[in-house]
Design a protein around this ligand. Structure first.
Ligand code: IYR
Length: 224
């Protein structure tokens, strides 16, 4: 390694293999209960919970540690309404012919359509942006790297953190999404990646059976 400033790598607790096995299994047992939610209650969620989850997301690894993400947290009824109206207008086009038949067929077992009341019901809509330029420090204007990958990892951590706090999420991807820059007052060089809907499920919320089918280990991993 070339010379650079360092601190000791001493943050990991010293678990035994038995503890490691138990903890890995516990995490799996918890995260496997995560379900995308399309019917939210309007029950409030404290802002502090969202802040802690965002801090967790912000620990994600990123290209050159530039942390090329921005999370615009929408809470006001007016902004939610604006986002819903714009997203539904696009979804209407999507479901009415813009999407290929193959895509429409792939979505059939999820039952999705262009009507998205949860965009107004859920307490928070976190709009996630990737920053093509930036850097580590405020005011930096450097090239960012692996923006999509970095934002994807941060979003995964965000979803896991919210799930561990007992909150439901939905990754919503209006198509196209450029209107999100306007609604969230973000500069044109930031690319909206997705909307994460956050809150508690409505009492009668359901989950499509299709979404519960997860590929077994043999199908998702190989050992070499
Ligand atoms: N953006 C649309 C369509 C949609 C696309 C995929 I791929 C999904 O997994 C789910 C929905 C919508 O939000 O309905």
């Amino acid at each position: 390694m070339k010379p650079h400033d360092t601190i000791p790598y001493d943050a990991l607790p010293a678990f035994s293999d038995t503890e490691r096995m138990a903890r890995a299994t516990q995490f799996y047992e918890s995260i496997k209960t995560r379900r995308s939610c399309r019917d939210f209650s309007d029950a409030p969620v404290p802002r502090g919970v969202i802040e802690a989850a965002l801090l967790a997301a912000g620990t994600a690894p990123s290209g050159a540690n530039h942390q090329p993400w921005h999370f615009a947290v929408i809470h006001s009824a007016e902004k939610k309404q604006a986002l819903r109206a714009a997203a539904e207008a696009e979804e209407q086009e999507f479901y009415a012919g813009k999407a290929s038949q193959e895509w429409i067929d792939a979505l059939a077992p999820l039952g999705t359509d262009d009507v998205k009341p949860y965009l107004e019901t859920a307490p928070y809509l976190i709009v996630i942006f990737g920053q093509r330029r930036g850097g580590l420090y405020p005011g930096d204007d450097k090239q960012n790297y692996y923006v999509g990958e970095s934002v994807g990892i941060a979003t995964g951590l965000l979803i896991a953190a919210l799930h561990s706090a007992g909150l439901a999420t939905l990754t919503h991807t209006p198509n196209p999404m450029k209107f999100l820059n306007r609604i969230c007052d973000r500069p044109a060089n930031e690319k909206p990646v997705m909307v994460l809907v956050v809150g508690l499920p409505a009492k009668d919320a359901t989950v499509p059976v299709h979404a519960t089918i997860k590929k077994p280990l043999e199908q998702i991993a190989s050992w070499l």
